[in-house]
Design a protein around this ligand. Structure first.
Ligand SMILES: Nc1ncnc2c1ncn2[C@@H]1O[C@H](COP(=O)(O)OP(=O)(O)O)[C@@H](O)[C@H]1O
Ligand SMILES: [Mg+2]
Length: 246
């Protein structure tokens, strides 16, 4: 597997390490031995078509699926047999595909729900989230279903930030959004990364995701077919043909 050249050179140890992960749904093998590493302060993108296994990988890392075999290590500790709520308390969060905000609740109540594992810092985290997402402050009393698609995605990310996570996983943030809004969401992810957050995201929108990521993995039917720096993936002929429309 291609390692992160910068981080391995500096000897940093990974925040998240997934090794030979196999996950099945009945007789369907969704992941067939996937290995992925995320180093502190990186943006890493999982690129793959529909059905490649992106959501399965992210939800298994969180603890929503039990792997058949393989390991998931977070901050040096095995977590692949731990339930999701425990992993959330350890600092992992997942912004699910389709956002997962509670549409009949207000923006503020959605945000407070994200803080329930970290109540002692709720005011500080809320102030920071409002600073990063002024639109959510403006709309704090609005019911979530009245938000635009982009605002709902922002709310989903902001809610995840309310738990002050160490690793933010975002599943297909650009899905269903207009190109200009997609740019806004990716700019937010880059801003959060500059603030020190480590981000693992999945995307079919490979070009834009690779433009903001440090490294990426290409997932094809449950297998990592290629891995490397974003720059390298952007110039790879196979990636260009399959994912960049070149
Ligand atoms: N709950 C499920 N039950 C059965 N099969 C599933 C389930 N979720 C996903 N799959 C299958 O697992 C494979 C990977 O799916 P998924 O992880 O959702 O891929 P992606 O997020 O890349 O689109 C696909 O073949 C999909 O049909
Ligand atoms: Mg998916």
């Amino acid at each position: 597997m291609v390692q992160n050249e910068i981080n391995t050179a500096s000897g940093a140890s990974s925040l998240l390490s997934v090794s030979n992960l196999v996950v099945s749904y009945g007789h369907i093998k969704a992941l067939k031995g996937v290995s992925v590493e995320v180093f502190p302060k990186e943006i890493v993108v999982l690129i793959g078509a529909n059905g490649a296994g992106k959501t399965t990988l992210l939800s298994t890392i969180l603890g929503l699926n039990t792997p058949v075999s393989g390991t998931v290590t977070f901050e040096g500790k095995r977590i692949d047999k731990l339930p999701a709520d425990k992993n959330v308390r350890s600092g992992i969060c997942l912004v699910p595909e389709g956002r997962g905000v509670f549409s009949s609740m207000s923006v503020l109540d959605n945000l407070l729900l994200g803080a329930h594992h970290n109540l002692q810092n709720k005011d500080k985290n809320l102030a920071r989230v409002y600073e990063w997402f002024p639109i959510l402050k403006k709309r704090k009393n609005q019911i979530a279903k009245t938000l635009s698609g982009g605002e709902r995605q922002m709310l989903a990310i902001a809610r995840a930030l309310m738990s002050a996570p160490k690793l933010i996983m975002v599943d297909e943030p650009s899905i269903g959004l207009a190109p200009i809004v997609v740019n806004e969401i990716f700019n937010i992810l880059v801003m959060l990364n500059k603030e020190g957050y480590t981000i693992l995201l999945s995307e079919q929108n490979a070009f834009k995701a690779l433009k903001c990521a440090h490294r990426g993995y290409v997932l094809e039917t449950g297998t990592v077919s290629l891995a490397g720096t974003a720059e390298r993936l952007l110039s790879d002929p196979g990636v260009k043909a399959a994912y960049l429309g070149a």
